[in-house]
Design a protein around this ligand. Structure first.
Ligand code: SAH
Ligand code: CA
Length: 214
């Protein structure tokens, strides 16, 4: 489902600061060499992440789901001077490529890229996190939220991507709901009902839930 008229989207992109050469290269190489290139954040969402992060100027960011590093680099650009981005991914096949992109970004010494299952790594991380970007397997969004919430600083932000799930969250009566769609529906309701956060669901790209810890 397209959420926004393609002509309007094109207009938005034309009025969003251009992707630099590195982000263009990551997009190109992801499309050419990597499975499921649709998962990459892309121009609009990347710039949104970058500007939000610059506004927040966090000391510690946790990203769950690195993929080819696009979103991580966008966020790392907004880190405070001595800040750190910890980014997790279970797919070690992309490691060499991603480490190369982090080197090219000039921010590699602020990026702690760890391979493994986020469900096992997060409990070992001390926090506090000023910003968390949840973008790994949709089935575990709920668990990721539970694992991080007590480690998020007051006023810290948790963002979760793809929460409109190509529109599949609008379930038509009688239709069977697949397990990822159900997981997203449960996650969105859980955030909406959790008194520890105030939240907004932004209809950007595939939907971004932004929750601020009170
Ligand atoms: N944030 C990236 C896209 C992430 S795609 C961007 O915007 O450009 C989702 C990623 O989550 C994939 O690379 C996948 O390998 C990873 N992933 C899936 N399950 C995971 C798990 N249990 N632990 C860590 N990473 C996981
Ligand atoms: Ca995503």
């Amino acid at each position: 489902m397209e959420f926004i008229d393609p002509a309007l989207l094109d207009y938005c992109e034309k009025h969003t600061s251009e992707e630099d050469a590195l982000l263009q290269k990551i997009t190109r190489e992801t499309r050419a060499k990597v499975l499921m290139p649709r998962m990459i954040s892309g121009h609009l969402q990347g710039k949104m992440l970058e500007i939000f992060t610059k506004m927040l100027n966090p000391k510690t960011i946790l990203e769950i789901g690195t993929y080819t590093g696009y979103s991580g680099i966008c966020m790392a650009r907004g880190l405070s001077k001595d800040g750190k981005l910890i980014t997790l991914d279970i797919n070690d096949e992309l490691e060499k490529m991603v480490r190369g992109f982090f080197e090219e970004s000039g921010l590699a010494d602020q990026i702690d890229y760890r391979l493994g299952n986020a469900l096992e790594i997060i409990p070992e991380l001390p926090g506090p996190f000023d910003l968390v970007f949840i973008d790994a397997d949709k089935f575990n969004y709920d668990k990721y939220f539970d694992l991080v919430i007590d480690k998020v600083s007051p006023g810290g932000i948790i963002m979760a991507d793809n929460v409109l799930w190509s529109g599949k969250i609008l379930v038509e009566g009688g239709k069977k709901i697949d397990k990822d769609t159900q997981a997203i529906l449960d996650f969105n309701s859980k955030i909406q009902e959790d008194p520890r956060v105030e939240n907004i669901l932004l209809p950007i790209r595939d939907g971004v839930m932004m929750a601020r810890k009170i």
